[in-house]
Ligand binder design. Structure first.
Ligand code: PMP
Length: 382
């Protein structure tokens, strides 16, 4: 009998040959603008810690206090024995930031998307999703069992023609999109999507993972950036990027959140978020609102990089701290990434199958200093 696992090696060989192989790299100590990566100090342009809060002493202190008071684990699912006052405080704080009636905290942003989509949509329904949506939106659609169709990236004509063609044949419809696209940095056309949702009687779910804490005057995200606060829609996000913790959330109407508490499998059948993560996210939300200068610094840094690299590199259209420098092939992306690493810059190559075309993806943080940006410029242009 042949070994049923042999195909794994062959499959890995194929991945290697295509230059698609990926492996983890170890960072010692806390994340930050400068980190020790595999024993070498590097300037970090690969972090989602946009506001620089993951190593902030106030978050650390909040997490330590929570562990002292509540222990390390929440010990059960939220509906049974895993609900703590901290969860309620965090959900209230998210709803306050988002100006929604309520919010619900999940163990990750990925699980928030999976559970929300699976709860809202079923086999008789339709999902129309942007082709560049995050994996969690795509897998949520698969889990739901609904008819799922991708529309071309940010292409309203394509979306409308698909709504016209398919919407009449399905019971419910859900449009899904990232608000800040994670591998490109551009924004979704939120106002038009809200209009379509109204015209075609569709629900709209937006993933604010990269927008929370970063976009909008108070850091409430792209919904605020586009002046759509108060619009009827489903907002999902993460606590693990600008908020420097771990976990995900859904914000929306009271009835939506009540429904999810009763129907979202990835919330009901999993252990409540740990006290440390919950408290750290809560502390981060206070800082998001009380220190708006962190957001201003991010966008000053973005401006510097755009202005200084625009003549040498094609930068994909972006209105966020995610900037992508286009390169011609996976190999070129890897070579560039390695060359920069050798100079002490961590700026990873992103290749297919994660994205359709290879690129160097750079994320800008509030804690990057001018000297970091100038060094990056000198090495990229040199
Ligand atoms: N949505 C988007 C757009 C993301 O980029 C990510 C994280 N890469 C997630 C959801 C998942 O969030 P989390 O890391 O909290 O699972």
């Amino acid at each position: 009998m042949s070994n049923p696992y042999r195909w794994l090696e062959k499959s890995l060989e194929t991945i290697h040959r295509a230059n698609w192989y990926r492996s983890v790299k170890t960072i010692a100590g806390r994340g930050g603008a400068v980190v020790e990566l595999e024993g070498k100090m590097v300037i970090n342009f690969a972090s989602n810690d946009y506001l620089g809060l993951a190593g902030d002493s106030r978050l650390i202190e909040a997490a330590v206090q929570a562990v002292r008071e509540y222990g390390t684990g929440s010990t059960g699912s939220r509906l049974i024995s895993g609900h703590r006052p901290l969860h309620q405080q965090l959900e209230r704080a998210i709803a306050a930031l988002k100006q929604t009636e309520d919010a619900l905290v999940f163990s990750s942003g990925y699980l928030a998307n999976l559970g929300t989509i699976a709860a809202l949509i079923g086999a008789r329904d339709l999902i129309l999703g942007d082709q560049y949506n995050h994996s969690s939106l795509k897998n949520g659609a698969i889990l739901s069992g609904a008819k799922t169709i991708d529309y071309l990236h940010n292409n309203l004509e394509d979306l409308e023609s698909k709504l016209k063609q398919y919407r009449p044949h399905y019971r419910r419809c859900l449009i899904t999109t990232d608000t800040v696209f994670s591998m490109d940095g551009d924004l979704c056309p939120l106002l038009e999507l809200l209009q379509f949702a109204q015209d075609y009687e569709a629900m709209l779910l937006v993933d604010e993972a990269h927008a929370t804490g970063v976009m909008g005057a108070t850091g409430a995200g792209c919904v605020e950036h586009f002046n759509c606060t108060g619009a009827e829609l489903i907002q999902v996000g993460t606590l693990s990027k600008a908020l420097g913790s771990l976990g995900g959330y859904v914000a929306g109407s009271k009835v939506l959140i009540d429904f999810l508490r009763n129907r979202a499998p990835s919330w009901i059948y999993t252990t409540g978020l740990s006290p440390a993560d919950t408290a750290a996210a809560l502390a981060a939300l206070h800082i998001v609102q009380s220190e708006p200068e962190r957001r201003s610094t991010i966008f000053e840094n973005v401006k510097f990089i755009k202005e200084n690299l625009i003549n040498q590199f094609e930068i994909l259209p972006s209105e966020s701290p995610i900037l992508c420098l286009k390169v011609d092939s996976p190999k070129m992306a890897l070579d560039y990434g390695q060359k920069l690493y050798d100079c002490g810059i961590f700026l990873p190559a992103i290749r297919p199958p994660t994205v359709p075309t290879s690129r160097l993806r750079l994320t800008v943080m509030a804690t990057h200093e001018l000297s970091h940006l100038e060094y990056l410029r000198s090495k990229l242009l040199g």
